[in-house]
Design a protein around this ligand. Structure first.
Ligand code: DGT
Length: 136
C-alpha cells in the first residue's frame, strides 16, 4: 500500500571538538525516547536549507548562515504510517549558544560514540556517514 511522503531536513551541528548535537524526542511525540538530529518537516514552498535554518532557530535559538550548510546525504525511510524522505546536512559554524526551546534534552556527543544512542530509524544511516566523514 502506498504511504504518504513527508519531507524532512535535519542537520548535524559539529563543534570545534568534533562533537555533534543530538536531541531526545519528548515523551509525548511519536517514537519518543529516541535521539534525533535537530530539524523538522519541510513546509510547502520552503527550500530544504531554509527548513534547517528555521528549525534550528525555533528549536535551539541558533543562527545559521546558508553558506555554512553542507548537504551530505539523504534517506528514504518507511515508517509505519508514512514514508520519510530525509535530507541530511552538516554545519560547523553558527551564532549563539544552543538552548532547547522545546524542553528536549540536548547533548554534545563524539561522532564515534553516536552508535551508543538509540536514534530514529530513519537517521541511523547518517551516523555511519558521519563516521566515514571523519576518516576522510
Ligand atoms: P509533529 O511536529 O507533531 O509532526 O512532530 P514530529 O516531531 O514528528 O515532527 P518533525 O517536524 O520533527 O518531523 C520530523 C519527522 O521526521 C518525524 O516524523 C520523524 C522523522 N525523522 C527521522 N529521523 C529524524 C531525525 O534525525 N531528526 C528529525 N528531526 N526527524 C527525523
Amino acid at each position: 500500500m502506498k504511504k504518504k511522503n513527508i519531507y524532512v531536513s535535519t542537520v548535524a551541528l559539529i563543534d570545534w571538538q568534533g562533537k555533534v548535537l543530538i536531541s531526545l524526542r519528548s515523551k509525548k511525540s511519536f517514537l519518543s525516547n529516541h535521539w534525533e538530529f535537530p530539524g523538522g518537516k519541510i513546509k510547502k514552498n520552503e527550500a530544504p536549507e531554509d527548513t534547517v535554518i528555521r528549525e534550528i532557530k525555533e528549536e535551539l535559538s541558533l543562527d545559521i548562515n546558508k553558506k555554512s550548510l553542507k548537504p551530505i546525504s539523504f534517506n528514504n525511510h518507511l515508517y509505519e504510517d508514512f514514508n520519510a524522505i530525509i535530507f541530511f546536512y552538516i554545519c560547523r559554524s553558527w551564532k549563539g549558544t544552543p538552548s532547547s526551546n522545546l524542553n528536549q534534552n540536548i547533548m554534545w556527543v563524539e561522532i564515534s560514540k553516536l552508535k551508543n544512542y538509540k536514534f530514529l530509524p530513519g537517521s541511523n544511516k547518517f551516523i555511519l556517514e558521519l563516521i566515514n566523514l571523519k576518516k576522510k
